[in-house]
Design a protein around this ligand. Structure first.
Ligand SMILES: CC(C)=CCC/C(C)=C/CC/C(C)=C/CC/C(C)=C/CC/C(C)=C/CC/C(C)=C/CC/C(C)=C/CC/C(C)=C/COP(=O)(O)OP(=O)(O)O
Length: 307
């Protein structure tokens, strides 16, 4: 059987399904600025979305490179594809680790170049955001720093996607926006929840190669309760700031994502020790994170339309 075209192979390696969370995070950031009355800058908004997606793709390829080096994906026989255990492009012989590294470097050049152009227009604050985000994405999988192996991977993921919301808002506003800083927290925590639940099927392989994620460190039962806590914290955060009138009245609709989130938590608590049965819970967590971001972005859009 002939293999798919090169472009499609690279697209598959970037794990396109997960890129949706980045698209949604940029929409939350752009929305928060526009809802505050900032006049839209559409070319910059488009550049924000494209650069953020390229950054996420680079981080995913870099992670496949890092996982290939430490061997976690190679020994992983429990993965629930396509959600856990990496893209497997190295293990399936599609690309070598060297090719992944070159692709990451090329994407990094494009992202830094594009980011500098955006920063020249929006202000130097974007350099801070961009640098912090790129460092987090790199340090997560870089074998010497390996945040993912030290129990720092989950906070790094939350921080990375919080920066996406704050950065997308900054590009529109040309300043740091408090609303984006507040609104970015719940989507960021829910994206960390996606990583958290995906660590359950991978835990055996991760532990075998010393990739001590929080799920490996806590063990399945405590980690399942931790997941529930994360769900409640994300939605509780939104409720708190909505109650304090910092978020628009329409933002309360984003609490609807608690339904799939709680369903995922119940399934996880039931099957924490039997991760092969977690596919529905992983899908529900993804639905929760994406729905939450879309409902929040939609809430900002409604404010704009009511003006
Ligand atoms: C030199 C200099 C100052 C440069 C700065 C240039 C600059 C301004 C760049 C910014 C460019 C951009 C994107 C501008 C647009 C405005 C935005 C959106 C700014 C945000 C800035 C930014 C770069 C944010 C990056 C955020 C991200 C996505 C960070 C990554 C976080 C992170 C640790 C992710 C890990 C995810 C992975 C791969 C998880 C899988 O892990 P694993 O457990 O191994 O699972 P599996 O086994 O399944 O593989």
């Amino acid at each position: 059987m002939s293999s798919p075209p090169l472009a499609l192979r690279w697209l598959a390696a970037s794990r396109p399904g997960f890129l949706v969370v980045t698209l949604v995070a940029t929409l939350v950031g752009i929305g928060s600025a526009l809802a505050c009355g900032v006049a839209p800058r559409w070319p910059e908004a488009l550049a924000t979305v494209v650069l953020a997606l390229l950054t996420h793709a680079a981080v995913n390829l870099h992670n496949d490179w890092g996982d290939a080096l430490i061997g976690s994906d190679a020994v992983n026989t429990d993965r629930i594809g396509p959600f856990t255990g990496g893209s497997r492009v190295v293990q399936d012989g599609v690309f070598t680790p060297g090719q992944l590294k070159t692709a990451v470097q090329m994407l990094a050049i494009v992202v830094v170049g594009g980011g500098l152009v955006l920063a020249a227009r929006a202000g130097p604050g974007l350099l801070l955001v961009g640098l912090a985000g790129l460092l987090l994405g790199w340090a997560y999988s870089q074998p010497r720093l390996a945040l993912m192996s030290r129990g720092w991977g989950e906070p790094a993921v939350a921080a990375g996607w919080w920066l996406v919301v704050v950065g997308a808002d900054f590009v529109q506003r040309h300043a740091f926006g408090e609303i984006a800083m507040i609104a970015g927290v719940s989507p960021a925590l829910l994206i960390a929840a996606v990583l958290w639940i995906a660590e359950f099927p991978d835990a055996r392989a991760d532990a075998a190669v010393g990739k001590c994620t929080l799920v490996v460190r806590l063990g399945p039962v405590a980690a399942a309760w931790g997941f529930l806590l994360l769900m409640l914290a994300a939605h509780g955060w939104l409720l708190f700031w909505w109650w304090r009138l910092w978020l628009p009245g329409t933002a309360v609709q984003a609490l609807l994502s608690l339904a799939p989130g709680l369903a995922a938590a119940v399934l996880l608590l039931r099957h924490a020790r039997d991760p092969a049965r977690l596919r529905p819970a992983i899908v529900l967590t993804l639905v929760c994170a994406i729905a939450h971001g879309l409902l929040l972005a939609g809430a900002f859009l409604q404010v704009l339309m009511l003006r």
